[in-house]
Every structure is written in structure tokens, then in C-alpha cells.
Design a protein around this ligand. Structure first.
Ligand SMILES: Nc1ncnc2c1ncn2[C@@H]1O[C@H](COP(=O)(O)OP(=O)(O)O)[C@@H](O)[C@H]1O
Ligand SMILES: [Mg+2]
Length: 92
């Protein structure tokens, strides 16, 4: 659904970015920076490309730590742990 605020990981939920998805898929290297203004769809662009390539990936959304006045490393490590668990569940 185009206007669903949930994180998008499927191309059909993402509007008019076909060229950009293909570009990321063909140019992806160990270090790839996707730069642009906030809220312009960089995150879904990266996730859709990785999903379509079928690469295992860990996605950490650091926005949830933005409001914090101190860095809580335990929460950060838990975030990584949850993502790794999600990843290992996908491996047959
Ligand atoms: N082309 C698009 N089609 C559908 N939804 C989009 C599109 N571009 C951005 N969005 C949506 O707008 C919101 C902002 O995108 P976000 O992922 O926060 O951008 P960024 O990572 O660049 O800051 C998200 O809910 C995203 O899914
Ligand atoms: Mg983002």
C-alpha cells in the first residue's frame, strides 16, 4: 500500500523509484552510500533492493535513539540481537 507508514520492503508499495532500485541493485558494493534529504525514501530504497537481491542484511533504524539524552549501549546491542535473530530465522 503506497500510503502505509510501515517500513516498505516491496517494490509494489513504493512509487516511481524503479530506476533508482535498479541502479542500487547493479552498483551495490561493500560500501555504498545513499545520500539525500530526510524522508525522501532512502531507507525503503535500500531495503527493497536488498530484498530483491536476496542478500542477507541487518537493518538498524537509529532514529529510535535520537531522542535519548544518553547512549544506552544495552538497548543498542538488543537492537542488533533482534535483527540477527530475524535474519537467522530466514535461513532454512
Ligand atoms: N516513492 C515512494 N513511494 C511510497 N512511499 C514513499 C516513497 N518515498 C518515501 N515514501 C515513504 O515516506 C516515508 C519517509 O521515508 P523514509 O524511509 O523515512 O526516508 P529516508 O530514509 O530518506 O529518511 C516512509 O514511510 C516511506 O515509505
Ligand atoms: Mg532512513
Amino acid at each position: 500500500m503506497l500510503f502505509d507508514p510501515a517500513p516498505k520492503i516491496r517494490r509494489e508499495d513504493f512509487f516511481d523509484r524503479e530506476k533508482e532500485i535498479e541502479r542500487i541493485k547493479s552498483l551495490l558494493s561493500p560500501t555504498t552510500l545513499v545520500l539525500g534529504l530526510r524522508r525522501t525514501g532512502k531507507s525503503p530504497l535500500i531495503r527493497i533492493s536488498l530484498e530483491e537481491l536476496g542478500y542477507p542484511y541487518v537493518y538498524i533504524d537509529l532514529r529510535k535513539f535520537e531522542e535519548k539524552t544518553y547512549i544506552n549501549y544495552k538497548d543498542f546491542i538488543l537492537e542488533i540481537q533482534n535483527e540477527i535473530n530475524r535474519l537467522t530465522k530466514k535461513i532454512p
